[in-house]
Structure formats: C-alpha cells, structure tokens
Design a protein around this ligand. Structure first.
Ligand SMILES: [Zn+2]
Length: 421
C-alpha cells in the first residue's frame, strides 16, 4: 500500500482524460457539437484536470463554487472542500446564449486549433471580474499579468462536468520530463519514499535553488524538482535547456536516488500567495508531502510581500491540506560565512560586489542579477562558481550563444534590405 499523501479531498486520483474506446467515441461525437474556444489559461487548466492534477474537480466551476472559492477558499459542490483559485471557462454572450442548459459542447484550444475535450453545460453565469481579481490577486491593476487575463476573458462563464480528450503537445514536446500525477507517484513508490518535497521551478536552477533542494532532502525522503513546462513569458529560458541544466547539476552534486525531475503544464497566473496554495493542492495530487515555499513564490513585480506566500499557509484552516509548506528564507552564497546561507542564518548584511569582468571585489552576500549574469556569459567572462556551477553556466551560455547568432543573422537581413521583402 502507498505511504504517500492521499490526493486532495479524495482517496484516488480523478483524471478526466478518456482512454481507449471511450476516447475514440468522444472525439467522434465532438465533431457535431458547438465549439467553445478556450484561452491558453483555460486550456492549461483543462489539461491539469485531464491528468488528475486538479483532483477532485470534475469540470469548470459554477457560480456558487466561484463565489465561495474567491471569498473563503471553499467549494460548496464538494462539501466545502478547500480550493484556492477559481477554475472557470469563459464564453462570448452570443455563444453562451446559443447553448442550452444540458447541451454538450466541444472545448477548443484556439492556439493549436484542436479539440481538447467536451463539457455538458449545467450553468451559465456572469461574474464580477474585479471582485475575483481583488480576492485572488489582491489587486485590480490591469498591468498585473493575471488580472489582465481575467479582465480580458469573455463575459459569460460556462460550467459543467468535462471530459478531456487531449494533453495537447506536452507529452510529445516534453518527452521524458512531462509527468502525470499517477506517474510521479509510481516513481516515488518505487524508491520507497513517504515524504517528498516539491521544488517549484520556472527559471534555471542556480546555487540557491540547489541549496533549497539539499535542505529538503535533509528533512524528506526525496525532492521532486517540478518545472513549469506551460507557457512562458518572452525572454524566459526554454524548458528543454532548463532540464539539461538540472540534469548536469543533479548528476554531479546530488545523490541521484534522492531526486526526481518532472514537468507540469499549468500556465502561471502570478497570483503570489493564492497561487502558492494552488501549487500546494496539485503537488499533493502528485504525491508530495511538502512544498518548498521560498521568497516571493509565484509573485510578479512588487504586488506581494516577499513572504506573503509563506504566511498564507498559516491563515488557512489547519486541515485544508495534507501537504505542508516548507517555508525557507531568502538564500544566497555568503563570502563571509564561506557557505550557502539565508537571511535567517547569515549575520553579514553587505552585498557582494562582482565587477563587469566577473571578479569578486568584496562584500558578503552574493545576489547576482540576471542582467549581469547574461552580460558575463555573452562576453565569455567567468561567472562566480558560488552563484551557479560551471556545468550549468556552460549549458546556459551555449543557449545564449545560439540566440545571439540568430540576432546577428536578423540584423544582417535588415542591412541588406531582405527583411523588407
Ligand atoms: Zn554571512
């Protein structure tokens, strides 16, 4: 019997993805159904339901669940089960008007122009979007990327039980890294793990992330390095490059039997504390007993205090989740301590100075900015090994070099006038 944590609010995972004969039949039936286009966020949420990562949700939420989820983290339709962020589907009014209650519709991904699932519409309703934003994002600022998506979504919500027929390009494009909760659980069980800490990553894994992973291994059986392979912002490093960099780090600096890497398809909302709670819900579904919550988890800009995402775990009811947070302070390398350290352990407050040639010039805490890091790499100058291991730097540098070659080619195209044709 599994000794892992149970899925959220359920004894078993509840994936909505169909298989075998049922899958073929549903796809055939969908051909005659009205198409409801989904935003990229809605598509990624549907896939999360498909793979059971959003267990026990059975489809997109109705009004009562939306309202109570916003106001008190509860789903009335599931005995007031804890749930931190509404999972909803929007539609234009003309389309919503044309759909009858009880009618089945085809859920369509506009980005790939593909059928993703079907839903039996049980409810149509209009929400107060500003209210949702205030509750979920703690702001209605239209510049916040999560707020922007809610404000831009179509005005009517459609709810109902869904069936999922596709995981889109994820299994193929992210082969070897994309994982469903059932697969992650199997890997944990094969290693005999009971306690597993999830390390959320959406950027390359540097020294401070490695430090968090080592701490997690000290207190749990293993660490699950869980990367976002969903949509990225421009300028972010592609998942494939990040995966290779993590492999390089794990192969040389970790006990391999204590680390598993995986990827998940959810789009970031940048909802800070609320999103940390959603990350906790689906990590529990993946079989993790702990979630590492560092500084400004799932935040963007300066909308959230650096430790709001840790505090919120102590504001929700104690029985809301089986998974527990592993709150860790801001971590860095300290030249005075001569070790990795955190704000909680290190008494040396000065910042380390690294000059334009990558040379250490004095000071204590090393917090290398992304801009300086990229400048050093593009100029072939050394990056302090205290910040990131040479194996990681080499992989990132190779990636940036290919980008620069592309930029050069493009500039050349402009110079010859080819770009205008
Ligand atoms: Zn120190």
């Amino acid at each position: 019997m599994s000794t892992l944590v149970p899925p959220h609010g359920s004894r078993t995972l509840k994936p909505l993805l169909l298989e075998g004969k049922a899958l073929g039949e549903e796809i055939a039936k969908a051909g005659s159904l009205k198409k409801v286009p989904m935003t990229s966020r809605e598509t990624s949420d549907l896939i999360m339901m498909g793979i059971g990562a959003f267990t026990p949700l059975s489809g997109f939420m109705g009004y009562d669940d939306w309202k109570r989820c916003c106001d008190s983290y509860q789903l009335p339709s599931a005995k007031n089960l804890f749930w931190p962020i509404p999972i909803t589907l929007s539609a234009e009014p003309w389309l919503a008007d044309s759909v009858k209650i009880g009618e089945e519709v085809a859920l369509w991904d506009t980005e790939t122009d593909a059928l993703m699932g079907t839903m039996k519409v049980s409810e149509k309703y209009v929400i107060d979007k500003e209210h949702e934003c205030k509750q979920v994002f703690r702001t209605t600022d239209p510049k916040h990327p999560g707020v922007q998506k809610v404000m831009e979504q179509a005005p009517v919500n459609l709810a109902g039980p869904a069936k999922v027929v596709s995981e889109s390009y994820y299994p193929e494009m992210f082969k070897g890294i994309y994982q469903r909760p059932v697969e992650a659980r199997k890997l944990f069980e094969e290693r005999g793990w009971t306690t597993v800490a999830a390390l959320q990553l959406r950027n390359p894994m540097h020294g401070s992330h490695a430090y968090l992973a080592w701490i997690a291994i000290e207190v749990c059986d293993g660490v699950y390095i869980h990367q976002l392979v969903g949509k990225l912002k421009e300028g972010d490093i592609p998942a494939e490059v990040r995966v290779r960099a993590i492999d390089a780090l794990v192969n040389k600096y970790f006990r391999k039997e204590r680390v598993i890497q995986g990827g998940y398809p959810m789009e970031m909302r940048y909802a800070g504390p609320r999103e940390a709670l959603l990350h906790a819900v689906f990590r529990q579904n993946y079989g993790c007993s702990h979630l590492i919550v560092g500084r400004d988890h799932a935040g963007v800009g300066d909308y959230y205090g650096p430790f709001d995402a840790q505090k919120i775990f102590f504001e929700i009811p104690p029985d809301a989740l089986v998974l527990k947070p592993l709150p860790l302070d801001w971590t860095f390398y300290c030249y005075e301590c001569g070790a990795m350290a955190s704000m909680k352990t290190c008494p040396h407050e000065s910042k380390a100075v690294i000059d334009e040639n990558g040379q250490y010039k004095g000071g204590a805490r090393l917090m290398l900015s992304g801009t300086l890091l990229r400048k050093l790499m593009s100029e072939g100058k050394p990056v302090p090994s205290e910040f990131s291991k040479p194996e990681v730097i080499a992989i990132l540098k190779a990636y940036y070099d290919t980008l620069e070659q592309k930029v050069e080619i493009k500039l050349h195209g402009h110079a010859t006038g080819e770009a205008k044709k």
